[in-house]
Each structure stands twice: as C-alpha cells, then as structure tokens.
Ligand binder design. Structure first.
Ligand SMILES: NC(=O)c1ccc[n+]([C@@H]2O[C@H](COP(=O)([O-])OP(=O)(O)OC[C@H]3O[C@@H](n4cnc5c(N)ncnc54)[C@H](O)[C@@H]3O)[C@@H](O)[C@H]2O)c1
Length: 354
C-alpha cells in the first residue's frame, strides 16, 4: 500500500524497540523506505547502541525513555514476547500507534489486555504477521474470495526444513514455547485464517524424538474452519526438506529460494497451490477420469516488510484499518496455543470465538 501522491511527503518518524534479529530487519527497511524514518532505537544491548550510533539516531536502553523523549509518531515493538504487553500498553498510553511483533503477546490474558486497551483508547494496534502483506498471499485470498475454488474443503500446509545445530545454543529455543509451533507454525496458522476464515477446533500431535529437547522438533495439527474446511499443518525444523513458506516464497534474502509450493488448497471447483499460484480445474466434463488443466497466475513479488511499513504509516494516519489487528493477533495466538494444548492432552480443543 503506497501513498498515492506526486508531491514529496515528510517521512513519518518510527521508533524501533528491540534491535535483535527482527528489529534489525525493520531498521534496515526503514532506512531505505521513502515514507518513514528512524526516530530512535531502544534496546539495552551494546550491539543496539553501536547500531544506533552508526545510523546517527538516538539510542536508549529503556523503551520508556525513548517514548518520552523522541518525536516518534509510531512504534515497532520487536522485543521478547513477555515484554509485548507492558511495552505495547506504554505506547498506547501515549497515544502512539504500534506494530507489535508476533505473537501479539506471551499469554492469551496478556494478549487480550493489549488488544482491549488499544480498542478502548482508540489507538491503532497492528500485529506483525507480515505474510498478510505479501502480494502472493493477497492474490490467493482474492482468488478464494472470488469463488474460483468453489467451496474450499481441504488444505495441506507444509513447513519442513532444517534449523542448524547452533540455532539451539540459546536455552529458550530448547524449551517449551521456543519451538516450531510458536515460532513458525503460528505464521502458517495466521495465513490460513487470512485465507479460510475462523478456526473452530484443533487436534494435534507433537514429537521431540530427533533432538530430544523439551521443545518439539515436529508437529502436526488438524484445524476445522467455521466454513467446514479441514486443514492439516505439518511442521518440522529437523528435516532436510524445501517445503516451507520461507524457502518457497523468497520473502527474505537469507533464506535461499526454492521453486516449490508449501500450501495446497482444494475446493469443489478448483485447487490452488501457494506460493506458485498454480490452479488445477476441469475445462469441460468433471471427474477423476478427466484431465485437469494447470494454469499459472501472474506473480507479483514484493517485500512484505516494506509493504507493512507503508501500511503502518497509513494506519497511524487513519487512512487504513490494520490488515492484522489486535483481535486477529489474539485469535491466531489462541489457535497456536490450542495446538500445544491438544498435543498435551490428546483432546480436541474447541475454540470459543468460532
Ligand atoms: N515476524 C517474524 O517473522 C518474526 C521473526 C523473528 C522474530 N519475531 C518476533 O520478534 C520478537 C523478537 O524476536 P528476535 O528473534 O528479534 O529476538 P532477539 O533475541 O534476536 O532480539 C530481541 C532484542 O530485544 C532486546 N530487548 C530485550 N528486552 C528488551 C526491553 N525490555 N526493551 C528493549 N529491548 C529489549 C534484546 O536486547 C534483543 O536485542 C519476538 O516476539 C519474536 O517472536 C518475529
């Protein structure tokens, strides 16, 4: 979503709180973006202080000091999950529109607190499920909403790939909550909610037999959507495999792109693969003895993090509603936590909002 104007516009100053892996990605894109500028960085690490120095922007160890002292007109919260609610609340209390990284928070109660506070205060809150800004996923959604697939009945989502051994040097990545369900599957769940609507129940199994850590290395979940569609999500970070959105969609340069699909949606009229956007359907007579046609829809690639920044500005200026709102982030977290609960109890988890 870009600004439709030919006259030069002042860049909107945006602060980044937390300058770790994802915070640095936001900072790099802000530096290149014509619509926004970097108001400052808050992160107690010396690496963050050095980064702020190199970019000639104010640095603060404490996010509250930054919020009080800089001219930021919007904020990106890219700190650890447990801090999302207190830091997000501090932004909302100051009337500052906020993009909080995924997951919206560490628990459902804290997620609700944050989402409700934003709604009550009338301050925009966005959640960083950036795939919603990817033109490929948006095109898939248009095709579904236009009825191309008829009624969606079945979806298969793959997220199998190999995380290197050193990834697990940090203790939290070996513990419950630091695994592929909360780190990776949550994105697939949000993408499927974006495409297919609300999830009403969840079944799941997890396994940690490859690495033997407390955290899962492999998980499979079965989601039932309100429209009756069923979706299986298969995730493993211990597999030598390319079927993963990050490898297939080519969103970030540090993941070498693979020419494969990772999502397969079947409907009563046609089926669709994503991200390649292949459509399979019958030209005439229908049935399993007939030959299916295969079409490719033209692809439009763009960096979703850059589009998300334009969107943050548009939301902050009241020109757009969040593509991923607080309630969206809350529901995606609810489904993701239900995967863990279903795996732990062996029971089907029914979701209240369905
Ligand atoms: N959208 C995505 O695809 C994506 C990808 C990775 C991470 N994330 C999310 O982003 C968040 C950060 O993850 P990460 O991988 O960048 O972690 P990280 O550990 O690499 O970075 C976190 C940074 O926050 C700083 N920090 C900690 N407490 C702070 C505080 N109170 N105030 C300011 N700074 C503080 C740390 O010093 C560190 O530099 C997490 O919520 C994570 O789930 C999202």
């Amino acid at each position: 979503m870009s600004l439709e104007t030919n006259t030069p516009i002042a860049r909107m100053p945006i602060a980044v709180l937390g300058a770790g892996a994802i915070g640095k990605m936001h900072i790099e894109r802000i530096a290149q973006h014509p619509e926004v500028s970097l108001a400052g960085i808050a992160d107690p690490s010396s690496a963050a202080r050095d980064l702020a120095d190199s970019l000639c922007v104010p640095w603060y160890a404490d996010p509250l000091a930054l919020l009080n002292e800089t001219n930021a007109k919007a904020v990106i919260v890219a700190t650890p999950n447990v801090t999302h609610t207190p830091i997000g609340l501090a932004c909302i209390a100051r009337g500052l529109p906020v993009l909080v990284e995924k997951p919206i928070s560490d628990t459902l109660a804290n997620a609700r607190l944050l989402s409700d506070a934003a709604q009550t205060a009338g301050v925009p809150l966005m959640v960083g499920h950036q795939r919603r800004h990817n033109p490929i996923l948006r095109r898939a959604r248009e095709l579904l909403q236009a009825g191309l697939l008829g009624t969606p009945v079945s979806a298969v989502v793959m997220a199998t790939w190999l995380k290197p051994d050193e990834y697990f040097d940090m203790a939290w990545r070996r513990q419950i909550g630091g695994g592929p369900v909360m780190i990776n599957m949550i994105h697939d769940i949000d993408a499927m909610r974006f495409l297919l609507g609300e999830v009403v129940s969840v079944q799941a199994q997890t396994s940690h037999l490859v690495r033997g850590f407390e955290v899962e290395d492999t998980a499979s979940a079965l989601l039932r959507f309100a429209n009756g569609a069923l979706c299986t999500l298969n995730t493993s970070d211990a597999a030598v495999a390319p079927w993963n959105w990050d490898l297939a969609a080519g969103e970030a340069a540090h993941y070498p792109k693979q020419e494969v699909d990772s999502m397969f949606i079947s409907g009563t009229e046609a089926s669709l693969t994503i991200p390649q956007l292949r459509i399979y359907r019958y030209a005439g007579q229908r049935g399993w003895h007939q030959t299916l046609t295969e079409e490719r829809t033209p692809l439009h690639r763009a960096d979703p993090y850059v589009a998300q920044l334009s969107h943050l500005r548009a939301v902050a200026e009241g020109r757009a509603m969040p593509v991923c709102s607080g309630p969206d982030g809350l529901r995606t977290l609810e489904v993701t936590l239900a995967v863990h609960e279903a795996a732990r109890t062996g029971m089907t988890v029914q979701l209240s909002h369905g």
